[in-house]
Design a protein around this ligand. Structure first.
Ligand code: HEM
Length: 157
């Protein structure tokens, strides 16, 4: 695959917006998961911490951990795309990500659901600072990361 064009500006937009959302992890992780369930109610059954309750649990460590991972790894991907023109995830991490998602029944289409939830959470968190450029930068980084995970999942199949 050729090098991916990801600009310094895009990298800065992703980093800056993650800095803002990071200031209230409980709030934004809750918002993120509420959006996932609004878009795809059936996704509830995949997550151990959602399965047994009727609402999205507040201050659940696993819920926060997953939300943070998605945002943080997307942000790290943005940095790698700008620095190296490609996604760089350690092989062991990628294998782990592949197997966890495969084991939990995650399908390609779920990655689109999570992307939409991520975009909506950015909108909520950034308010006036949110714009199409920010959305595109996050979307691009997320798509490349998601592709790496999906590819790994297929190899493990
Ligand atoms: C678990 C990251 C997308 C569903 C995990 C874990 C990580 C992770 C690191 C392991 C958590 C741990 O045990 O420490 C990511 C990243 C994603 C992504 C970076 C996208 C770029 C998705 C999608 C779904 C999903 C699209 C499905 C809608 C799950 C589930 C688990 C999991 C069900 C097991 C969590 C549990 O029940 O405790 N993910 N994930 N993930 N992920 Fe993802």
């Amino acid at each position: 695959m050729g090098e991916i064009e990801f600009t310094e500006k895009q990298e800065a937009l992703v980093k800056e917006s993650w800095e803002i959302l990071k200031q209230d992890i409980p709030k934004y992780s809750l918002h993120f998961f509420s959006q996932i369930l609004e878009i795809a109610p059936a996704a509830k059954n995949m997550f151990s911490f959602l399965r047994d309750s009727n609402e999205v649990p507040h201050n659940n460590p696993k819920l926060k951990a997953h939300a943070v991972k998605v945002f943080k790894m997307t942000c790290e991907t943005a940095i790698q795309l700008r620095e190296k023109g490609k996604v760089v995830v350690a092989d062991t991490t990628l294998q782990y990500l592949g197997s966890v998602h495969l084991k939990n029944g995650v399908l390609d289409l779920h990655f689109e659901v999570v992307k939409e939830a991520l975009v909506r959470t950015l909108k909520e968190g950034l308010g006036e600072k949110y714009n199409e450029e920010v959305e595109n930068a996050w979307s691009q980084a997320y798509d490349h990361l998601a592709l790496a995970i999906k590819t790994e999942m297929k190899q493990e199949d």
